[in-house]
Design a protein around this ligand. Structure first.
Ligand SMILES: Nc1nc2c(ncn2[C@@H]2O[C@H](COP(=O)(O)OP(=O)(O)OP(=O)(O)O)[C@@H](O)[C@H]2O)c(=O)[nH]1
Length: 257
């Protein structure tokens, strides 16, 4: 069983002007959504988790010399894309995950891509979508070729990556940072049509919050309140040494090894 989430603070960054980017991680059960999310947030790989926990976690990141509050919603769909409303209007960008050693997960992620394409078409939005083939460390059990992944991503106009939640942190971090870059690019391209990147004026708590923005179209709506999460704060010497974050705020339920 596990949960996750953290926040870190850059002393030099004026809090009012921190942009916010809401990333939603989608995919069938077992594809590695939680493992990737936790790896990004804590640099650690977890192998036990509660598959029913769905939460939003925050991390202040410095990406291309610009601070951004990255909020990651780790979803827990049981049966593919159902009740998508909870994240469709909230998201700045989507990361759709499958496992390269599981063809079913690859087929499952196509359903997510189709649902997102319909949503984008209906609302005339170009919310960035990244396709992630996870578990590349399981190469010997590979069922989905790299070219299959790349062509699926191209079909839906998304970036494609192969990663592993249990290998190096930097590759996973790069994927999340690239997602933010995509969101920024999209915001630059169409700043007036529902900009996906927000400027937070009010930090508020980590989960279950709404926030005011300087953009005319609000893109950061009421967040779904996780029922099970409790905020706890722990010190992480690793985080302190490698990142600028003095503190990690974790959601109870994480099991970190
Ligand atoms: N070898 C390997 N195992 C992984 C990797 N990522 C996740 N796993 C394992 O795959 C299983 C599922 O990972 P999760 O992160 O819980 O998958 P999920 O998509 O969040 O699954 P649900 O919570 O059920 O929706 C766990 O046993 C993980 O330890 C990876 O990159 N490599």
């Amino acid at each position: 069983m596990f949960g996750k989430g953290k926040t870190c603070h850059f002393a030099a960054v004026p809090e009012r002007y921190l942009a916010e980017c809401n990333l939603v991680v989608l995919g069938v059960m077992g594809s590695g959504k939680s493992a990737l999310t936790v790896k990004f947030l804590t640099k650690r790989f977890i192998s036990e988790y509660d598959p029913n926990l769905e939460d939003i976690y925050s991390s202040e990141e410095m990406i291309d010399h610009q601070p951004v509050m990255v909020k990651v919603m780790d979803t827990a769909d049981q049966d593919g894309p159902v009740n998508c409303e909870r994240y469709l209007s909230w998201a700045s960008g989507f990361m759709v995950v499958y496992s390269i050693d599981n063809m079913q997960s690859f087929k499952g992620c196509q359903r997510y891509l189709e649902a997102l394409a319909l949503h984008r078409k209906a609302l005339h939005l170009d919310v960035p979508v990244l396709l992630l083939g996870n578990k590349v460390d399981m190469e010997r059990h590979r069922q989905v070729s790299k070219s299959e992944g790349a062509s699926l991503a191209a079909r839906f106009g998304g970036q494609f990556y192969e990663v592993s939640a249990c290998l190096d942190f930097l590759s996973v971090q790069r994927v999340f940072h690239d997602a933010v870059r995509e969101v920024r690019r999209e915001a630059d391209r169409s700043p007036l049509s529902s900009p996906p990147l927000c400027r937070g004026e009010d930090r508020g708590p980590l989960v279950g919050i709404s926030s005011a923005h300087t953009f005319t179209t609000p893109c950061f709506k009421e967040l779904p309140a996780p029922a099970t999460a409790k905020l706890i704060t722990v010190k992480s010497s690793r985080a302190q040494s490698k990142r600028r974050a003095p503190t990690l705020t974790l959601l109870k339920g994480f099991k970190i090894f």
